[in-house]
Design a binder for this molecule. Structure first.
Ligand code: ATP
Ligand code: BTN
Length: 244
């Protein structure tokens, strides 16, 4: 596809940059950076983003029909990242609901989907993806959970540019399909890569906690958990899943 691509050296966050760059508000337009000084995860958490060590990219998409249509977009992007890693090096990654990508039980990549406004019924969407390529020990020490990168898992230096091009292609294709057909065509592949499929999990929703066996996702992308009150669907937002 021919949408614009901008390659930057250092930015605060590629998502923030894309939001402010209205000339890039064209479906499939993307920006990549070598480093982020204020890389973000969900709920204001920090994404450690040292120079040249990872892929930091954001892609723009505008959706007609407003916000309701966006439920599940993070899951679709997760499937696109899994496909890109498979095509790149036959890497088998797993998905942790709603927005994380794991390799051998450790966090390899993250997704941050942000939506804005409803100008003329279009939701402006900023799809951010960070994939660790080769993280230096410092500042990786700052990451307060087990992490993975592609380098530690292979014998050769991963070709970052090749991964970027495969990932941009997969993201573009997935966004086109999601726009036309919604989440349904992605459900089975998402479930096949579910990190917690059939495992016991605890869900943290603010002060509340729920435990049960994870049994996949429904057609809206809600996480399904078999609790002592029966099968319950948990919809996005501020929920975090942890092993039981
Ligand atoms: P959840 O998404 O389940 O709520 P999470 O801990 O994965 O929980 P996120 O907001 O998705 O939270 O991601 C941010 C977290 O990711 C940070 O708090 C940190 O623990 C971890 N993290 C930060 N930078 C990196 C990185 N480069 N690689 C892997 N993990 C990172
Ligand atoms: C998470 O796990 O919570 C999501 C992390 C998303 C990180 C990417 S890196 C490119 C884009 N810019 C950001 O500031 N965040 C996303």
């Amino acid at each position: 596809h021919n949408a614009p691509l901008q390659i930057l050296s250092v930015v605060d966050s590629t998502n923030t940059y894309l939001k402010h760059s209205t000339e890039l508000h064209i479906n499939g337009a993307a920006c990549l950076a070598e480093a982020q000084t204020a890389g973000r995860g969900r709920q204001g958490r920090k994404w450690v983003s040292p120079f040249g060590a990872s892929l930091y990219l954001s892609m723009y998409w505008g959706f007609h029909g407003g916000y309701q249509a966006l439920g599940g977009l993070s899951l679709v992007i997760g499937v696109a990242v899994v496909r890109a890693l498979k095509a790149f090096g036959n890497i088998s990654a797993q998905l942790k609901w709603p927005n994380d990508i794991y390799l051998n039980g450790k966090k390899l990549a993250g997704i941050l989907v942000e939506a804005e406004g409803q100008l003329d019924d279009i939701s402006h969407c900023f799809v951010g993806v960070g994939v660790n390529i080769r993280l230096p020990d410092n500042p990786a020490d700052e990451i307060d959970q087990p992490w993975a990168d592609l380098y530690s898992d292979s014998d050769t230096e991963p070709d970052r540019n090749r991964l970027a091009s495969i990932l941009l292609d997969q993201l573009y294709k997935a966004l086109c399909r999601f726009e036309n057909e919604g989440l349904v065509p992605f459900l089975e592949e998402w479930r096949d890569h579910n990190l917690f499929q059939d495992k016991w999990v605890t869900l943290l929703c603010g002060p509340q906690q729920f435990s049960g066996r994870c049994c996949g996702i429904n057609e809206q992308g809600a996480l399904l958990v078999e609790t002592d009150k029966g099968k319950q669907a948990f919809y996005g937002g501020e929920i975090s899943v942890r092993p039981y």
